[in-house]
Design a protein around this ligand. Structure first.
Ligand SMILES: [Ca+2]
Ligand SMILES: [Ca+2]
Length: 351
């Protein structure tokens, strides 16, 4: 067995941490298989040097209103349907990019969680029992398996040295400046938001902003509609949309609000705590459950946050999450190579 993969499973068994970062990932599945396929390609094979016209960094005003939040015909965690009110807010046109995050780092000297050694106390066992590689700084990187699989431990690998600056690991290329920043913990996103004068959107705000003029993409987005996965996930990536992995922001058609990549490219973390399903009575600017009420079956260790919209890792043969209503829990303490964010604002930011 690959030692890194073995380590990841060990880490999962110790603390439940990696389990969550894997489950948050592309999509979830209840099916598993025992065989551990080899991997024919490396993580960095998913990198691109393509460029697109980057949308402006100025946010878009989303006029307050009501919409039908949720969906009931795909996954149980998205229901029930309910008419939901959202007040006016502003939201970024595109996912936060590596260029923007680098400006924050340069201004503050901030160090992200993935760049720090792992606290042995998180494992709950004597330090001498923890494999040393599990204490190295790092993050979870998508690495495709060689044979078909529905077991996410076959494609999520804990890679020491992976970080927002090296999203494919230390041997891969540097992060593309106009590509979405990934491998961040929740606290890393909050730190950026504080510096930039914004905040993370609530799930209701995000879904309201994403829903304008959007199809639900129960099957597959068109090749111009979203950076998705064409072919049989996780092996066959036909790249019909031009991107095997992450795309620079703004390469796909914006929605009716002028927002790019709300669906696809990278998952986007919101401020709501996660639990399966929505509170049917919480319909006026909902902010999700309390921390005590948060519950994520894939993450028993720490209260997950909601992330939205799916990523470049998903396909109808495996999951159906290229929709504004799609949601999964996100462990706040670990990064992954397909999870990012964008900011919301209570007022028009000063230019
Ligand atoms: Ca793609
Ligand atoms: Ca996205």
């Amino acid at each position: 067995m690959n030692p890194i993969r073995s380590s990841l499973r060990t880490r999962t068994s110790l603390a439940g941490l990696a389990l969550t970062v894997m489950a948050l990932a592309a999509c979830s599945s209840d099916e598993t298989q025992d065989s551990a396929p080899a991997r024919p390609t490396m993580a960095q094979d998913f990198a691109t040097t393509a460029s697109c016209d980057t949308p402006p960094d100025t946010p878009v005003e989303i006029a307050g209103g009501s919409f039908t939040m949720g969906q009931v015909d795909i996954y149980a965690e998205e229901g029930p349907l309910r008419e939901t009110r959202v007040d006016t807010f502003w939201i970024d046109r595109h996912e936060v990019t590596n260029r923007q995050y680098a400006e924050f780092i340069a201004a503050t000297g901030y160090v992200t969680l993935a760049e720090k050694p792992v606290d042995p106390a998180l494992y709950g066992v004597p330090a001498e029992q923890i494999p040393p590689e599990l204490l190295l700084p790092g993050s979870a990187v998508f690495t495709p398996p060689a044979r078909p699989s529905r077991n996410y431990t076959d494609w999520w690998v804990y890679v020491p040295g992976a970080s927002w600056m090296k999203p494919y690991g230390p041997d891969g290329p540097d992060a593309g400046s106009d590509q979405p920043v990934v491998h961040l913990a929740y606290e890393d996103m909050l730190a950026y938001a504080d510096w930039a004068g914004g905040r993370l959107p609530t799930e209701a705000e995000w879904e309201y902003a994403a829903s304008a003029g959007m199809d639900t993409y129960t099957e597959q987005p068109g090749p111009q509609a979203a950076n998705s996965w064409q072919g049989a996930f996780p092996m066959v990536n036909e790249e019909t949309d031009g991107f095997r992995g992450i795309a620079p922001v703004g390469c796909f058609t914006p929605n009716a609000n002028g927002l790019y990549d709300m669906v696809g490219n990278v998952w986007e973390v919101t401020s709501d705590f996660y639990r399966p399903g929505h509170d049917p009575a919480d319909t006026d600017n909902p902010r999700g459950p309390s921390e005590n009420a948060a519950y994520d079956p894939a993450n028993p260790v720490s209260p997950s946050r909601v992330m939205k919209g799916g990523s470049y890792l998903c396909a109808p043969n495996y999951c159906q999450r290229y929709r504004p209503t799609s949601r999964q829990g996100r462990d706040p303490g670990l990064g992954a190579s397909n999870v990012g964010f964008r900011l919301a604002y209570d007022a028009a930011p000063e230019s």
